[in-house]
Design a protein. Structure first.
Length: 303
C-alpha cells in the first residue's frame, strides 16, 4: 500500500506510542487498534517514529505493510517495555551507509576516533590520550558509576549498584526497575533513529557482539540527560506503579524535548569523527524511503 503524498520526515515526527491488549488492523486506509469491546482507536502512524507492541497485541499483515510504507518502525516489547524482542525495519537501509559504518567499526584507528568522539560528547571533555578502546571503556564505566551515585544523592534514593535481570524483573529494587523501563524506552527511540538513518543497530563501537550494540552506544550519549533523572525521580516517590509511571514520564519527556530531532544529527556527527567520506550510493540503489519534495540533505531523513 503506497501513499499518494510523501511520508513525513522522521525528524518532524512524534516519538513513540505504546499499544497493548487489542488487534491492530487497517480500516479505511488507517491503522486502528480494536479492543475486546470492539472499540476502534485510530493510530496516526504516519506521524510516529515507532510503535511499541506490548503483550496482548495482534497485528495484521496489512497493518505492517502500511506502517512500512510510511516509515513507522514496529517494535515488539515486553510488559512496560522492559524487553525488546524484535523490530520491523521500515523501508530499506542504504548499502552506502552500512558500508560506511562497517569500515569505521572494522578499522581500529577509525573506530578509536569514533569512540573518542563519543567520550567527548558524553563527558564534555577530551578522552585521555594514548588509551585503547578497552581502557576508555573502563574509564567510562567508573565515571558512570560515580554519576549514578550523584543522581541518587540528588533525589535522596538509596543506591547500591545497577542490577538488572531480564528474567526476574520484579526481583530488582524499585530504582533498578524504573531504570530498566527508562533505558528500554530510550533504546526504542534510538533504534528507530538508527534504522531511519540507514545504519545497523548491531555494529557498535564501544558495545560489541550484541544485536543492539550501536543502540546502546547512542543511548548512552543521552541517558543521563534524559531518562536516568526521571527514573530516580519516580523511585524517590516510592509509588507502587513506579515503572509504569516512569514509562509515561519518558514518553512525555521525549515529546517535550523533541529528542528524535537530536539523535540522528548526533549519529552523523559522531561517525564523522572517523574523518572518511561516505561511499557513493550504487546506481541501482533503492531510493530513500522518506524524502522531501525539495531535497535538503538534512541528516534527519532516512537514506
Amino acid at each position: 500500500m503506497r501513499l499518494e503524498s510523501n511520508p513525513i520526515p522522521v525528524k518532524e515526527r512524534s516519538s513513540i506510542v505504546w499499544l497493548a491488549y487489542g488487534q491492530i488492523d487497517v480500516q479505511d486506509g488507517a491503522i486502528v487498534l480494536i479492543d475486546k469491546e470492539g472499540v476502534r482507536t485510530q493510530i496516526p502512524v504516519g506521524g510516529l517514529a515507532c510503535v511499541m507492541l506490548e503483550p496482548g497485541t495482534r497485528i495484521t499483515h496489512a497493518a505492517i505493510a502500511l506502517m512500512a510504507s510510511v516509515g513507522c518502525l514496529a517494535l515488539w516489547v515486553g510488559e512496560a517495555g522492559v524487553r525488546l524482542y524484535s523490530a520491523g525495519q521500515p523501508g530499506n537501509a542504504r548499502s552506502d551507509h552500512l558500508l560506511y559504518q562497517a569500515r569505521l567499526v572494522l578499522e581500529d584507528d577509525l573506530r578509536l576516533k569514533v569512540v573518542r568522539a563519543m567520550y567527548r560528547y558524553r563527558f564534555h571533555e577530551e578522552a585521555p590520550q594514548r588509551r585503547s578502546i578497552e581502557q576508555l571503556r573502563g574509564i567510562e564505566g567508573a565515571r558512570v558509576r560515580a554519576m549514578y551515585k550523584l543522581v541518587a544523592q540528588k533525589y535522596g534514593v538509596q543506591w547500591n549498584s545497577r542490577s538488572y535481570n531480564p528474567g526476574q524483573f520484579d526481583d530488582s529494587d524499585l530504582v533498578n526497575r524504573c531504570l530498566s523501563v527508562a533505558n528500554h524506552c530510550l533504546y526504542g527511540l534510538c533504534e528507530a533513529a538508527i534504522l531511519a538513518a540507514g545504519y545497523a543497530p548491531s555494529l557498535g563501537f564501544i558495545h560489541t557482539g550484541k544485536p543492539l550494540s550501536f543502540v546502546y552506544d547512542i543511548a548512552d550519549l543521552f541517558k543521563f540527560e534524559t531518562v536516568v533523572p526521571l527514573a530516580f525521580k519516580m523511585a524517590a516517590s516510592e509509588r507502587s506503579d513506579g515503572p509504569r509511571q516512569t514509562r509515561i514520564l519518558c514518553r512525555d519527556a521525549f515529546r517535550e524535548q523533541n529528542l528524535l530531532t537530536k539523535i540522528i544529527p548526533t549519529i552523523e556527527e559522531i561517525l564523522s569523527a572517523g574523518e572518511i567520506d561516505k561511499p557513493s550510493p550504487h546506481p541501482e540503489a533503492v531510493p530513500i524511503a522518506i524524502t522531501d519534495a525539495e531535497p535538503t540533505g538534512d541528516a534527519g531523513h532516512r537514506s
